[in-house]
Each structure stands twice: as structure tokens, then as C-alpha cells.
Design a protein around this ligand. Structure first.
Ligand SMILES: [Mg+2]
Length: 373
């Protein structure tokens, strides 16, 4: 089997609001075609047009090549070798950031092809599902209006979620406001797991003050308290966290960055995103680092049904994972672009069992929102 074509398709909602913290107002999906008639589907959580340029770019020289040119004629089953080929062939424009995000989309599509070609779900190719179902956490924003926030959180608990994440918004500048937000969140969700996502606003000193102030509300974890690069800060924070789990990693794209967060920062939870941190191929390496460091790996995921399915296949294979992120965003790119056999009820997802990732593109939605460059 040989790769014959690699297509990157940007999509965008006409009313996109760039001030909102919602990354599923646009998307880029990658389709990898083969001479066997099998097509794989992937996506990147990154600027769609930039990803398309990285896929389509003509070769400049050996360490500066577009991804499609490196893949045409290759065997799509060679996922590890092709990941390394793409990494080496983009060293002069990559080694991290959006280049790895573009590689992520291709890698997800290659695993989809491998599963379809072998008639096996991707989780079987990754070593085997350890469970048939997995709990989800509903992800929402902190709100200035505490009544509105309480109401939304209570709705998630009523829907059956046993874990709710609150993030960003007004959290950060003021300790008293932050405590009021966390107290309201805890009161709203009762004894469900409370995940607090600060959105990287603090220095280590300020973050340690929050650990002390949030302690009585028993967060399951405190996420993105610091800038991702602040390795000495992570080390100070984790040393002072009194057993509160410290989580981060959604901004990172390279295994080496996760290794530093684990080995220097001593963080308790790393959150690689399959559509950013190198697809299945590199995220497996990252998950192995978490195991070696006695930490949890809980993938970040905020994109279309492609990433939802990919994250479930991946999470099913991890030995120790309490729940996975589940986007409840109303965007048609999240809801309608992809048909999958993912079934969710009462805050629990069934792990898909169809070959590959079990995805089908809704062509009508694709045509409606695609951006032709
Ligand atoms: Mg986050």
C-alpha cells in the first residue's frame, strides 16, 4: 500500500469571534489517500491555513520540506518511521509548535489507515483497550456571574458528569475573586471531582497562595497555574502543593518538554493533546514518560469528533486514567462535521470498536464551512 495524496482542508464558521476562548470555531482536517482506496482522517488544533501551508509547501532543502512531498509513495503503515521522517524533514521550520501540530494531523490519519487496513480499532493497535467505557469530565468556563456559573455547573452534574472542569475567565488577578469562584464551583457540583484550570496567570509565589486558599474546596487538580516554560516555578509550586495535584502541558508539542515538566517541575498530571503533541506516535512516548515518573497522563481535547474519537482510543489503552476531557461546545464543527460511533450517556463514553478511528465526514457540513485558499 502506498500514499497517493495528502489533503489539508481548512474550515471556518462565518461568525468566528477571535476574542472567545473556544478553539472549535475553525478547524483543519487532513485526509491521507492510498492506492488501496483506504483514506485516513486526522486534524490539528492549530491555525488551519498555517497547517495547510506546512502540508503543501514544496521542498526547500533536506531539512525544510512540506509534509505531503515527504509522504507520497510511502507505506502508510510505517507510522514510527514516517513520524521521524517528517520531524527530520522539517527541522529548519519546526522542532516544535505548529509544525508538530501539522505532523499530529497526518499521524492521526496514518493510524486511522492502519486500523482500517488491518480491520482493527486503533486502541488494539496501540496495545489494547483496558476498559470498555471511560468517565468524561465536562469542561466549562468560570463566569463573573456566579449565579449563571452555578446553574451551568449544576446542569452538567444533573446530566450525569462526575467531574467538572472550570477554567479561565475571571480567574487570576485577585485572590478573593478566585476563592469565591472555587467555593461557588464546589458548592454547585457537590461531591463530583472539581478541576480548576487557571489559564497560566500566576508566578509561583501567587500560585502557592492559591493552593493554600483553595485547599478546603478539594480540587482534584490545579491546571496551568504557571507559564508552561517556568520549570523552576513548577518545581517550587509542586514542592509546596500539600498533595494537591498540579496539572499542565496542553501548550507543549515535544516529548522533551513533557520530560522536563515531569523530571524538573515534578508535575503530577500531564495533558498532551493528540492534535498538537504529535498524534498517537509521539503521545505514546509522552504517556510512557508519565508512567516512568509515576504521574498521570490525561489528554487535552477541544476540537471536532476526530479528536474526541482519537482521545478515547488513546485513553482506553492507558493503565491509570481517571477521566478524559469532553468538549460540550455547541459549534457545528464539533457537533455535526464528523459522524462517529462514540456513544455518551450519563457522563460516560463507550470506547469505539470499529476499525481505525470509526470516523465518517459529513460532506454537507464540510462543503458549507470549508475555506478554499
Ligand atoms: Mg486547560
Amino acid at each position: 500500500m502506498k500514499i497517493t495524496r495528502v489533503e489539508a482542508i481548512p474550515l471556518r464558521l462565518p461568525d468566528l469571534d477571535g476574542t472567545r476562548a473556544d478553539g472549535i470555531q475553525d478547524d483543519v482536517i487532513v485526509r491521507v489517500h492510498t492506492d488501496a482506496g483506504i483514506t485516513g482522517l486526522g486534524e490539528a488544533d492549530a491555525s488551519p491555513e498555517v497547517v495547510k501551508a506546512l502540508v503543501d509547501a514544496p521542498v526547500s532543502w533536506a531539512r525544510s520540506q512540506g509534509l505531503a512531498g515527504m509522504l507520497i509513495g510511502e507505506n502508510p503503515l510505517h507510522t514510527e518511521r514516517l513520524w521521524d521522517k517528517m520531524y527530520q524533514g522539517t527541522l529548519w521550520m519546526g522542532r516544535g509548535g505548529v509544525t508538530i501540530e501539522a505532523i499530529s494531523a497526518v499521524d492521526i490519519a496514518l493510524w486511522d489507515i492502519k486500523g482500517k487496513a488491518l480491520g482493527l480499532p486503533v486502541h488494539t493497535l496501540l496495545g489494547g483497550a483496558r476498559r470498555d467505557t471511560i468517565s468524561l469530565y465536562a469542561s466549562m468556563l468560570f463566569e463573573k456571574d456566579l449565579g449563571l456559573m452555578r446553574e451551568r455547573a449544576q446542569r452538567h452534574v444533573a446530566e450525569g458528569y462526575r467531574a467538572v472542569k472550570f477554567g479561565w475567565g475571571p480567574m487570576g488577578p485577585d485572590l478573593a475573586t478566585d476563592v469565591a469562584l472555587v467555593r461557588t464551583a464546589r458548592e454547585a457540583i457537590g461531591d463530583a471531582a472539581l478541576l480548576v484550570d487557571a489559564g497560566a496567570p500566576w508566578t509561583a509565589r501567587e500560585a502557592i497562595r492559591r493552593v493554600d486558599a483553595f485547599w478546603e474546596y478539594r480540587p482534584f487538580w490545579l491546571e496551568e497555574a504557571l507559564a508552561s516554560d517556568d520549570l523552576p516555578g513548577w518545581a517550587r509550586l509542586t514542592a509546596a502543593a500539600r498533595g494537591m495535584r498540579i496539572a499542565t502541558g496542553e501548550q507543549e508539542t515535544l516529548a522533551g518538554a513533557f520530560r522536563a515538566l515531569l523530571e524538573i517541575g515534578h508535575v503530577d498530571v500531564i495533558q498532551p493533546d493528540l492534535a498538537r503533541a504529535g498524534g498517537f506516535t509521539q503521545c505514546r512516548r509522552i504517556a510512557d514518560l508519565a508512567v516512568a515518573n509515576h504521574a498521570l497522563c490525561v489528554p487535552h481535547a477541544w476540537k471536532s469528533g476526530i479528536l474526541v474519537a482519537a482521545s478515547l482510543h488513546f485513553a482506553a489503552t492507558l493503565a491509570d486514567i481517571p477521566f478524559v476531557e469532553y468538549t460540550v461546545a455547541p459549534s457545528p464543527l464539533r457537533r455535526d462535521l464528523i459522524r462517529t460511533d462514540v456513544q455518551v450517556a450519563n457522563g460516560v463514553a463507550r470506547i469505539p470498536q470499529t476499525p481505525g478511528l470509526g470516523l465518517e465526514v459529513n460532506d454537507e457540513i464540510l462543503q458549507r464551512y470549508r475555506v478554499d485558499l
